[in-house]
Design a protein around this ligand. Structure first.
Ligand SMILES: [Zn+2]
Length: 167
């Protein structure tokens, strides 16, 4: 009697171990952001194919496959391009350095306004020398351009930067 109870308990454990009822969502948590779940199915985000989420080996084999590696590289490049494109349209610039520069200029304008410093002072040789020597990307444009470029979008651009997690 005791023996048969032990046996069934053991087989119960064994069934759990094969993870028959694992969900696609659980597999996503195991394998990270390269997979996603949609409608109870497991997808490879890079290849956009459905994977058998029950069998772990199917997933690991796929993630190691050459086709996946190739698609993953293309997918990552695409993500980077998309991100840069968004920044380009919202801030009208296309490199990280330019984004940083705009941010410096806008912060500089804001600082001048708040401190009551006339923007003309930005063209003072001492100010220029100090900024160029000590502040990264501090190529501050002439004060008439500062008014045009820097003023209207200070808050908007800052908000965009926050949204893009770019600060
Ligand atoms: Zn894949």
């Amino acid at each position: 009697m005791e023996k048969s109870v032990k046996k069934s308990a053991f087989s119960g454990r064994k069934r759990n171990k094969t993870a028959l009822y694992i969900t696609a969502q659980q597999r996503c948590e195991q394998f990270g952001p390269q997979l996603h779940e949609d409608g109870g199915k497991l997808f490879c985000s890079a290849c956009n194919v459905v994977l058998d989420h029950i069998r772990k080996s199917t997933i690991t084999d796929h993630l190691r496959s050459k086709t996946h590696m190739k698609r993953l590289a293309e997918f990552s490049e695409e993500c980077v391009r998309k991100k840069q494109k968004t920044l380009t349209t919202s801030l009208q610039c296309n490199t990280v350095a330019q984004v940083e520069k705009i941010s410096v200029v806008q912060d500089f304008v804001k600082m001048c306004l708040e401190a009551g410093i006339p923007l003309e002072k930005a063209n003072h040789p001492s100010v220029c020398t100090f900024l160029l020597a000590h502040v990264k990307n501090s190529d501050i444009p002439p004060s008439d351009q500062l008014r045009k470029v820097g003023l209207p979008d200070v808050h908007k651009a800052k908000q965009i930067c926050v949204n893009q997690k770019f600060v």
